[in-house]
Design a protein around this ligand. Structure first.
Ligand code: ADP
Length: 397
C-alpha cells in the first residue's frame, strides 16, 4: 500500500480534491469542480502535465467525482497505478462526538447526519461527498477528518457559554470552533520552525482567509478559539460579522420586523468586510482603501483592532507565548495587516521586523527580529496534507 490519500472536500455546489502523499505532503494532482447542479459547471484539474479545464453541466456530486476520475485517467496520474491508502474527507462539524479523525461506516454517517442542525450548510454537502466516494471506492478505507476535532481539547470553562442548562445539555449549545485542521497543521509547523517539540510550545494562531479564526494552542492542544457553535463568532471575516452583542438579532426582529433567518443570512453573508467596505475580498478592500475609500479604511481598522484584541486575550489565556502565527490568504500575504494588528505590543515581547515582514517569500518564515521574545511567524497552511496524514494515521493505527 502506498502513502497516497485522495482528499475530498465537498461543498454544497463544489468539490475539491487532491491526491497527496500523506508522509511527504507532495500533491501529485488536485482539482476544483464548481457550479454543480447549474446549467454550466466548471472542472479544473491540475495534473503532472499541467492544467486542463472542462466546462459542462455537472448534474450532482456523483457526476463531479466521476469527472475527477476521468480527469485522472486522461490527464494523469492514473489512479490504477497508485495503490491508494485511503480517501480522506473534510467534515465540517463533528460536534462533541468526534475529537479525532475516524473511519467512516454507517454509524459515523448517522452521527454526522444527526449533527446537520449545527451545520446545515456544510454537513449535508460533506455527507454527499462521503456517499459518492463510498459508492465509487467501495474497497478503500474512508476517513472523516473534522474541522471541529482539534478544538475538542478546549477546557470546559472555555467551551461553555453562560446560558441556561437546558440549552447546553439538551441542545448542544457550546463553543465547538472550526478550521481545526489548519490550526493543528500551523501550530505543528510553528513548533518545527522554533526547533522545539509541539508539546513544549504555546502559540497563538491567526487563520485569516475568507473565514477567519484565532486559537490559543498550549503544548499542542487547542485551549481557546474564536469561532463558536457556528463559524459566525469571533474575528471580522469576508462576509461574516464575527463578535457582536447577542441582543442585536432580537433588536432587529423587534424593531425592523426581520425574520431570524434573514438576520442570520445577513450576519453570515452581508457583514464583515462586505458589510463595512462593500467588498469581501481583502485585495479589493486594500485597493479601495488605497484610493481613500472611507468604508474600506474603516473595514481595515475594525479588522485589525479585532485581531489585536484577540491576541491580547489569548496571551492572557496562555500566560506565556512562544509564537504568534499568521496563516491563510490574508495572514500569509498582507504585511500591512500583520504589522498593524501587532503594532505597539513590544511590552508583550511581540515585535515585527519591517523588512522581514515585507518579504515576498511563500515559505514558512520568521517575521520577528532574531532577539524577539515572542516569535512572529508566517506559515502557509496546508489543510489537504493535514487531512491526508490524519487519514493515514487512522488506517495505519
Ligand atoms: P479560504 O478561506 O476560501 O480558504 P483563503 O485562505 O484563500 O480563503 O483566503 C482568501 C482571502 O485572502 C481573500 O480575502 C483574499 O483577498 C485574500 N488574499 C489572497 N491573496 C492576497 C494578497 N496577496 N494580499 C492580500 N490578501 C490576499
Amino acid at each position: 500500500m502506498s502513502d497516497h490519500v485522495l482528499v475530498i472536500n465537498a461543498g454544497s455546489s463544489s468539490l475539491k480534491y487532491s491526491l497527496i502523499d500523506g508522509r511527504s505532503g507532495k500533491a501529485t494532482a488536485s482539482g476544483l469542480i464548481e457550479r454543480i447542479g447549474e446549467d454550466e459547471g466548471r472542472h479544473i484539474h491540475h495534473g503532472p502535465d499541467g492544467d486542463s479545464e472542462v466546462t459542462r453541466a455537472i448534474a450532482d456530486h456523483e457526476d463531479a467525482l466521476r469527472g475527477a476520475l476521468d480527469a485522472f485517467e486522461s490527464h494523469g496520474p492514473s489512479l490504477d497505478g497508485i495503490d491508494l491508502a485511503a480517501v480522506g474527507h473534510r467534515v465540517v462539524h463533528g460536534g462533541s462526538r468526534f475529537g479525532a479523525p475516524a473511519l467512516i461506516d454507517d454509524e459515523l454517517v448517522a452521527a454526522v447526519t444527526d449533527l446537520v442542525p449545527l451545520a446545515p450548510l456544510h454537513n449535508p454537502a460533506n455527507l454527499e461527498g462521503i456517499a459518492v466516494a463510498r459508492r465509487l471506492f467501495p474497497d478503500l478505507p474512508q476517513v472523516a477528518v473534522f474541522d471541529t476535532a482539534f478544538h475538542q481539547a478546549l477546557p470546559e470553562h472555555a467551551y461553555t457559554y453562560a446560558v441556561p442548562l437546558a440549552w447546553r445539555d439538551d441542545h448542544g449549545v457550546r463553543r465547538y470552533g472550526f478550521h481545526g485542521t489548519s490550526h493543528a497543521f500551523v501550530s505543528q509547523e510553528a513548533a518545527r520552525l522554533l526547533g522545539r517539540d509541539a508539546a513544549d510550545v504555546n502559540v497563538i494562531v491567526l487563520h485569516l482567509g475568507n473565514g477567519c479564526s484565532a486559537s490559543a494552542v498550549q503544548g499542542g492542544r487547542s485551549v481557546e478559539t474564536s469561532m463558536g457553535l457556528t463559524p459566525l463568532e469571533g474575528l471580522v471575516m469576508g462576509t461574516r460579522s464575527g463578535d457582536l452583542d447577542p441582543a442585536v438579532p432580537a433588536y432587529l426582529t423587534r424593531e425592523l420586523g426581520f425574520t431570524t433567518t434573514e438576520v442570520d443570512r445577513q450576519l453570515n453573508s452581508a457583514s464583515g468586510l462586505k458589510g463595512l467596505a462593500g467588498a469581501n475580498d481583502f485585495r479589493e478592500v486594500s485597493r479601495l482603501r488605497a484610493d481613500g475609500d472611507p468604508g474600506a479604511r474603516l473595514a481595515f481598522d475594525v479588522y485589525c483592532h479585532r485581531l489585536r484584541k484577540y491576541v491580547g486575550a489569548y496571551y492572557a489565556v496562555l500566560g506565556t507565548v512562544d509564537a504568534v502565527v499568521f496563516t491563510a490568504g490574508v495572514g500569509e500575504h498582507s504585511a500591512e495587516v500583520r504589522a498593524t494588528a501587532l503594532s505597539g505590543l513590544e511590552r508583550l515581547g511581540i515585535t515585527v521586523d519591517a523588512e522581514r515582514n515585507q518579504s515576498a517569500s511563500t515559505d514558512a518564515r520568521f517575521i520577528s527580529p532574531d532577539d524577539s521574545q515572542v516569535a512572529v511567524l508566517v506559515v502557509p497552511t496546508n489543510e489537504e496534507w493535514q487531512i491526508a496524514r490524519e487519514a493515514l494515521d487512522v488506517v495505519n493505527a
